[in-house]
Design a protein around this ligand. Structure first.
Ligand code: UT7
Length: 335
């Protein structure tokens, strides 16, 4: 059998309409636009504020657009992977709900939890299913409603995060395009620095946990920042080197959008100009598993067949990694 590659054949995305500005955040906590812009780089973020809607709502919008743009019939889809840290429910999976909403009859589906690195893990997982030859159309979604676990009285975390979702179609090809290589890492020693204290099996919800704000994101920012810079830089440099790429042959780096200073540090390490970094943190903030595909959703028209892309992310766990993609089509797919 000919060697199969797993190529990305389209992208769809969705961000909610409500725009939460730095001015509005400055009225909630003791902060200001200047601090948020210089320390993080976020100008505004989108918030899904309609009651009763969760991550699957955004995932559904993104996946519907993806299926439209790629001309995919629901019966053709074999597999759906949803990377999320903010599932609609503890169970069943958000991917199951998505399958129902998209009327997918022949797909199996599961959620993947790797925090802000979730979409990287989903890309490599999908690629392996496709390379096996048994799965022809795989939808991967990064969807997070971060506002559902942000404490809007905590100035250290509330300016960072936003809500959004985006999706890729991954399909087999015998050409030399697609998800070519991945380096994925996990280090559970990161737990104390970035987590939600309650709501899981170690500490189930109770009046005590609610009264003590234990259902929100807890982050020790400086420590996470340090690990994010070194690990994203190291792994991006490693994947570039082992694929014979350098500052001239890398066309784009798609970094997790957690902090503009982290993105700048990765660019510096790879000796890449700012223009080769995909950046949209200013208008969406950190949408966790949503950041990487939302970048492609925003920048799709600039991409050319054969472009060398490096995706990199870092998140709770700790989890991190880099994925090398040879892009498979020119410009924006719209129908
Ligand atoms: O996506 C998952 C991975 N997450 C990340 O990659 C996030 C990594 N961490 C970061 O991006 C940054 O550490 C933060 C944006 C979270 C914080 O920035 P920082 O420059 O590391 O600030 P800091 O925590 O060291 O705080 C510096 C000062 C403190 O005041 P003092 O103690 O020096 O007087 C904070 O109280 O800034 C203060 N501060 C603020 N001031 C105004 C913290 N948040 C704010 C705020 N407005 N919103």
């Amino acid at each position: 059998m000919e060697k199969l590659n797993a190529v990305i054949t389209g992208v769809g995305g969705y961000v909610p309409d409500y725009v939460l500005t730095n001015d509005e955040i400055s009225r909630m906590v003791d902060t200001n636009d200047e601090w948020i812009m210089t320390r993080i780089g976020v100008k505004e973020r989108r918030i899904l504020n309609e009651e009763g809607l969760g991550s699957s709502y955004m995932a559904r919008k993104a996946a519907k657009q993806l299926m439209q743009r790629t001309g995919t019939d629901p019966d053709e889809v074999d597999l759906v992977i949803v990377a999320t840290t903010t599932p609609d429910y503890h169970f069943p999976s958000t991917a199951s709900i998505l399958c129902d909403k998209l009327r997918l009859k022949n797909a199996f589906a599961f959620d993947l939890q790797a925090a802000c690195s979730g979409f990287l893990y989903a890309m490599e997982t999908a690629a392996n299913f496709v390379r096996s030859g048994r799965y022809k159309k795989v939808i991967i979604v990064g969807a997070d409603k971060m506002s559902s676990m942000v404490d809007y009285t905590d100035r250290a975390t509330c300016p960072i995060f936003g809500d959004g979702a985006a999706a890729f179609m991954v399909e087999p090809t015998t050409e030399e395009y697609g998800i070519m290589d991945a380096i994925l890492r996990t280090d559970g020693k990161g737990l104390p620095f970035l987590h939600m204290k309650a709501g899981g099996s170690v500490c189930p919800p109770s009046y005590f946990t609610v009264d003590n704000h234990m259902h929100y994101i807890y982050q020790e920012g400086r420590t996470v920042f340090k690990y994010a810079v070194s690990n994203m830089s190291d792994v991006s440099a490693e994947i570039a080197q082992r694929n014979g790429l350098d500052k001239d042959t890398i066309d784009w780096v798609i970094p997790h959008q957690a902090n503009l200073r982290i993105i700048d540090a990765v660019a510096h390490r790879l000796e890449l100009p700012h223009e080769k970094m995909m950046i949209n943190i200013d208008h969406y903030g950190n949408t966790s598993a949503g950041t990487l595909p939302l970048c492609i959703w925003d920048f799709e028209e600039k991409l050319k067949k054969g472009d060398n892309l490096i995706f990199t992310a870092f998140g709770a766990g700790f989890t991190w990694g880099a994925v090398y993609v040879k892009w498979g089509y020119d410009g924006k797919k719209e129908q």
